[in-house]
Design a protein around this ligand. Structure first.
Ligand SMILES: NC(=O)C1=CN([C@@H]2O[C@H](COP(=O)(O)OP(=O)(O)OC[C@H]3O[C@@H](n4cnc5c(N)ncnc54)[C@H](O)[C@@H]3O)[C@@H](O)[C@H]2O)C=CC1
Ligand SMILES: NCC(=O)COP(=O)(O)O
Length: 336
């Protein structure tokens, strides 16, 4: 029996339900591994009806998902039903959204599922309901400690595609906080986790890491900022001394063109947009968000809830499909 991936509900008023249906419809063409959805069946049926998508459903335990997957979309028994209008999110649904994430992680912990794939959440909606974690990445670290015990691991966000892979060293923080949060220790720690998971999960023998600077022209010798030489460069030196294939600090404006990208496997960037703008510009439809540093595999589409197009039937499932495929691949690499 192949253990299924578990796909979470995500924000129910966003495009997640539509993408889930479309991904299942494209399962054969895309060669998807079996997945089960931790979401209410009636709720997904309503979206399918509205969009005219002919999707049969089955309510299953994870152990039955693989057999059901070829002919129906497996939804996990016991998932709560909620009624939402596409494009009209409400904090009242937050507990169900979060509960779906919890259940997915717990099933992986129990050995009943192989990996977690998350549909996008609307962070602001969850914050209104009192959710205290910036996003999935940080919440999944907290769930790791809850379900695996021990200290909370440091979760590292990586946006991956065949074209480019990027890691933001600081993640969901205001831009003005970045210089004070950026320490040599944080950069080294992030790079070590990236190096380890690129070997163990992605199967690279010696991952090549390129670290960006923080300031224009990587500080221009200190004239345009001091962090590049005082914080990033020492991190690169520590990593190199440990045998990690790391270079930098590189000027961020010239490290993403095609010839530059050929020189590294992952770009470590100092803040969220420095990392995510290039990959979303180059590979928006194929990009996958992967969380490194966790005791389990988690992937997600690179985009968000897209409320502006929810319920219209025009959302593209490509990134979710890429996330499901990558989760399947990483599971195979990790378990072999
Ligand atoms: N992994 C996650 O849970 C993520 C969640 N978000 C959340 O999503 C919400 C909305 O964020 P935005 O900045 O508006 O980004 P977004 O990615 O939801 O939308 C940006 C633009 O891309 C379009 N778009 C996104 N996905 C698409 C798809 N699959 N097919 C066709 N068009 C698509 C949207 O229509 C919109 O015009 C925020 O609350 C944010 O927190 C954002 C990124 C990742
Ligand atoms: N911009 C990326 C993003 O918001 C994804 O965050 P997460 O929910 O995967 O932590």
């Amino acid at each position: 029996m192949t253990r299924p991936l578990v796909l979470t509900l995500g924000e129910p008023a966003g495009i997640g339900p539509e993408l889930t249906l479309k991904a299942w419809l494209g399962r054969e063409a895309s060669g998807l591994p079996p997945f089960a959805v931790a979401a209410g069946r009636e709720q997904l049926e309503k979206v399918a009806r509205k969009l005219g998508l002919a999707v049969p459903f089955s309510k299953v335990e994870p152990e039955d998902a693989q057999a059901a997957f070829a002919t129906s979309l497996p939804v996990l028994a016991g998932s709560p039903e909620i009624d939402v209008e596409p494009g009209k999110p409400s904090p009242a649904t937050a507990s169900v959204t979060i509960g779906s994430i919890d259940r997915a992680v717990e099933l992986v912990r129990q050995g009943r599922a192989s990996a977690v794939v998350t549909n996008p959440i609307a962070k602001s909606v969850l914050y209104q309901a009192g959710f205290r974690h910036p996003g999935h990445t940080e919440y999944l670290a907290a769930l790791s400690a809850r379900f695996w015990g021990g200290a909370e691991p440091r979760a590292v966000m990586m946006l991956w595609s065949e074209t480019l892979a990027v890691v933001p060293v600081t993640i969901h923080v205001p831009l003005r906080s970045v210089p004070e949060l950026l320490t040599t220790e944080l950069i080294v720690d992030t790079a070590r986790i990236t190096d380890r998971d690129m070997r163990e999960r992605f199967g690279l023998a010696k991952p090549r890491l390129a670290l960006s600077g923080l300031n224009p022209h990587a500080g221009e010798g200190g004239a345009l900022g001091t962090e590049d030489d005082a914080v990033v460069r020492p991190a690169v030196e520590i990593l190199q001394a440990e045998g990690v294939d790391a270079v930098g600090p590189l000027p961020a404006d010239t490290m993403f063109h095609a010839r530059a990208r050929a020189n590294y496997d992952v770009a470590l960037c100092m803040y969220h947009d420095q990392a995510l703008i290039p990959i979303k510009a180059l590979a928006f439809d194929e990009g996958v968000n992967v969380t490194l540093g966790l005791p389990f595999i988690r992937t997600s589409p690179d985009h968000g809830t897209a409320f502006d197009i929810a319920g219209q039937g025009v959302a593209r499932p490509d990134s979710l499909i890429a996330a499901l495929k990558l989760a399947g691949r990483l599971t195979e690499t990790t378990e072999s």
